[in-house]
Design a protein around this ligand. Structure first.
Ligand SMILES: [Zn+2]
Length: 475
């Protein structure tokens, strides 16, 4: 009999497989959601600063996702986790960043960027390339939209913040009309995002990158793009605009995220020392590098394990409608890890030996920010929501994209154990993944065609949102 982890991994792999082989839009674009609470400016500023720290401590290598928080229980301390085990180079990067942030002579991105460039180069170039792709794809749509667009009657600096700085920097004609300005900024960003940065010429790289960031800043804060991200009348434009906005913000995080971070560090750590530690997960038995394990050797065999009404019939229906899905490569050897944001929560809320309550928690708690180098996945979102619901905590990351990552490891920590000695928080995640998978599969195997498949996908996402917003424990 398969373990909970094997069952979960296989189900996540099926969801991934459906995503990669269908032309539908499962889990893409429009599902990026922010957790920022606009009413709480201090909390938003903290999570933004922590997000920037996490990004500055991420290489861009596969599976290098970083999460950070501030342990405020005693002396303020930075706590850091990665999806993988940290290396000496990672620790050196932390010390380097701290020495930069606490250096009184430094208050500008220009002072920090060349130093962090070597460690973060891959991630910076990856983000820049993704932005370039989005800009190229979206430009034809933008030209089409501009034909019908009327700028709001706001002052120009509200419609296009920092436009004056952009026009001055690019020596552009300040008398251009609105449509020409938008196309001009798009083309400027396209040009400046086409070449990867070169760590051998850091000054030139910084100049090129900061120019791109200026264009990205104006565009990402423009009313024009904001309106498109909210335009539910045109879902395709809306999705593309949301994706583009995310990518613009991700790129300019390396420039515009730094100054507020330095100011915050100066305020919080006036003695110019930032104590830090990596998470300590010794509370988890067998924690450490997890060995790869095997799931079903084929997509078809994995489908037969899903508890739909009639698994054999479901397989037959999907095979008939989507034969290519059964030809695509299927990964059966899986390496899992406890995702970084979950490690942070476990570290800050170590479970006790009691089976009734997992840690000393006295009623509702203040929101607690976890900065992440990327948005939270489906399982992390479900686990954090369930944990918060169960223990009245308010752990928050800055947002989620809801992708079902196959490498997600069940923490299997002794939180709120059931009669079988299993964590109810983990069980919530297992249950939510299974509900989603059964729902998606039943609709995939429906007799109708692709158009229906797309609309049903939206329905299933609605259901998913309902599950994730309600998140009542299932017992
Ligand atoms: Zn995750």
């Amino acid at each position: 009999m398969s373990s909970d982890q094997e069952l979960l991994t296989e189900q996540l792999q099926i969801l991934n497989h459906l995503h990669y082989t269908s032309l539908g839009m499962l889990y893409q674009g429009s599902e990026i959601r922010t957790n920022r609470d606009n009413r709480d400016k201090r909390f938003n500023a903290e999570i933004r600063a922590l997000d920037t720290v996490a990004v500055l401590l991420t290489t861009g290598e596969p599976n290098d996702v970083t999460a950070v928080t501030l342990d405020k229980r005693g002396k303020l301390e930075l706590v850091i986790a990665k999806n993988r085990c940290p290396t000496y180079a990672d620790d050196a990067a932390v010390r380097n960043l701290i020495s930069l942030l606490t250096n009184p002579a430094i208050d500008d991105p220009e002072d920090i960027f060349p130093s962090i460039m070597t460690y973060c180069l891959k991630n910076i170039n990856k983000r820049q390339l993704q932005l370039h792709e989005s800009l190229s794809q979206f430009l034809p749509t933008v030209k089409q939209v501009l034909q019908q667009y009327s700028p709001s009657l706001l002052p120009t600096d509200d419609e296009l913040p920092n436009l004056a700085a952009y026009l001055c920097f690019t020596h552009s004609d300040p008398t251009m009309d609105f449509n020409d300005i938008i196309v001009n900024i798009f083309q400027f960003c396209l040009t400046h995002s086409q070449h990867p940065l070169d760590s051998n010429d850091k000054d030139a790289s910084y100049k090129a990158y900061s120019a791109l960031c200026l264009g990205a800043h104006v565009l990402s804060h423009s009313q024009f793009l904001n309106k498109l991200t909210c335009d539910s009348q045109h879902p395709t434009w809306q999705q593309e605009a949301q994706k583009l906005k995310q990518r613009l913000l991700k790129v300019h995080q390396y420039c515009f995220g730094i100054r507020p971070l330095v100011l915050r560090v100066n305020r919080l750590f006036q003695n110019r020392e930032i104590p830090y530690r990596w998470v300590d997960l010794s509370v988890i038995p067998y924690y450490g590098e997890k060995k790869p394990f095997e799931i079903s050797p084929s997509f078809k065999e994995a489908l037969l394990h899903v508890p739909v009404m009639d698994p054999a019939q479901t397989v037959q229906n999907i095979q008939k409608k989507h034969p290519s899905m059964f030809q695509q490569p299927w990964l059966s050897s899986i390496h899992t890890c406890i995702h970084a944001e979950i490690q942070i929560i476990i570290d800050l809320n170590p479970p006790t030996l009691s089976t009734q309550s997992s840690f000393n928690c006295n009623g509702p708690q203040e929101p607690r920010a976890i900065g992440c180098s990327e948005r939270s996945c489906f399982c992390c979102t479900a686990w954090i929501e369930s944990f918060n619901c169960q223990f009245s905590t308010q752990w928050r990351t800055s947002g989620y994209h809801n992708k079902p990552y196959t490498n997600w490891a069940l923490p299997a920590v002794a939180y709120d154990m059931d009669g079988e000695g299993k964590s109810r928080i983990d069980r919530d995640v297992l249950r939510k993944v299974e509900i989603e998978l059964v729902d998606v599969l039943e609709q995939f195997s429906d007799e109708s065609g692709r158009e229906l498949e797309r609309s049903i996908t939206k329905e299933s996402l609605k259901k998913l949102k309902a599950i994730l917003s309600g998140l009542q424990p299932y017992y």
